[in-house]
Design a protein around this ligand. Structure first.
Ligand code: HEC
Ligand code: HEC
Length: 268
């Protein structure tokens, strides 16, 4: 990947603390305070100059795509997004999240009833991968006058839009049939035991909160919600200490996902 700093304002390089806050690497209490400062375009206190690598920078945008408010520490809109289909149950905050309409595979959220109304709400963004990051702010502002909370822009919005042009990956690369050999599974297990088990249970059954519609099992999630899982493994979990594996080769991550699918088989 080419150096991405040219797409970010110069302040991004000096705002090391803001980037670390979005990454979940500084405690959340500082985090919200920092996000407020970003919004008001003031430099973070005692931010040291530091240049981060591309994989890290892009993973921050991925976290904001998942949940802008959990990632940036900003307050979410207080009411439900009127553009979100009224027949689907989501929390008010979730109705504003990019992923809720544009999907974990960036190709539009799951079209639960396939109606014309839903097709319209759930549009894909895959075509933006590889396009010019400098066009994105205009494109976003034109398509989303409704996303007023983000209109003030700043570093978090830059990171989010950068993610859409350079950070999307192809779900096809993680299909199980591409990596089910014993060799793949044992490499996947090595990654799981070497990395994930520091925080997650060996059975994959604990270590994260269970939200409605989801089961507390990495095995279940790998089999039933692979798009959500892969996005979170690659980019991390907004506002949490979970790591981001974007620096790893895609085939290695595919092996990890293949191994995760074998965990906790009773959970279907
Ligand atoms: C309620 C559903 C919904 C949510 C939430 C949502 N979008 Fe959209 N998005 C749409 C729809 C519908 C369009 C098409 C709008 C149009 O063409 O007028 C769109 C268009 C876009 C476009 C322009 C695509 C193009 O090729 O012109 C971008 C970029 C975009 N959205 C980014 C985002 C980001 C970033 C977020 C999160 C901050 C987000 N969207 C949240 C529904 C949503
Ligand atoms: C430093 C601790 C840590 C490590 C290491 C870690 N995780 Fe996590 N993980 C977390 C935390 C914290 C959460 C979010 C907690 C929550 O949802 O309550 C999380 C959440 C997740 C989720 C998201 C669940 C959801 O909400 O959909 C997945 C998937 C996941 N982890 C998989 C992995 C995998 C696979 C690895 C190994 C590559 C790994 N984690 C390594 C701490 C960690």
């Amino acid at each position: 990947m080419a150096c991405l700093h040219k797409y970010l304002p110069a302040s991004a390089i000096t705002s090391a603390l803001v980037l670390l806050a979005i990454a979940g690497a500084v405690p959340f209490a500082h985090h919200s305070a920092l996000a407020t400062q970003v919004t008001h375009d003031k430099p973070a206190p005692s931010a040291r100059e530091h240049e981060f690598g591309d994989a890290f920078i892009v993973s921050l945008g991925g976290k904001l795509y998942d949940n802008y408010w959990a990632g940036s520490g900003a307050n979410p809109p207080a009411t439900r997004n009127p553009a979100f289909p009224s027949d689907l149950t989501v929390s008010d905050t979730d109705s504003w999240r990019c992923v809720s309409c544009h999907g974990w595979d960036y190709d539009g959220a799951a079209k639960t009833d396939g109606s014309v109304q839903q097709q319209k709400q759930f549009v894909g963004l895959r075509h933006l991968q590889g396009t010019d990051p400098f066009n994105m702010l205009e494109l976003f502002t034109r398509a989303h006058p409704d996303q007023k909370a983000l209109a003030s822009g700043g570093l978090p919005l830059d990171l989010l839009l950068l993610f859409l042009t350079v950070g999307q990956y192809d779900q096809e690369n993680f299909r199980p049939e591409k990596s089910l050999s014993q060799k793949s599974l044992s490499r996947g297990r090595d990654i799981f035991e070497g990395v994930c088990m520091s925080c997650h249970d060996p059975s994959g059954k604990s270590g994260f909160q269970v939200t409605p519609g989801m089961r507390g099992s990495l095995g279940w999630q790998a089999r039933n919600q692979p798009g959500r899982m892969i996005h979170k493994i690659i980019n991390g979990v907004p506002g949490e200490s979970m790591l981001a594996l974007r620096f790893m080769d895609e085939p290695a991550i595919a092996d990890l996902v293949a191994y995760l699918k074998t965990l906790d088989p009773e959970a279907n």
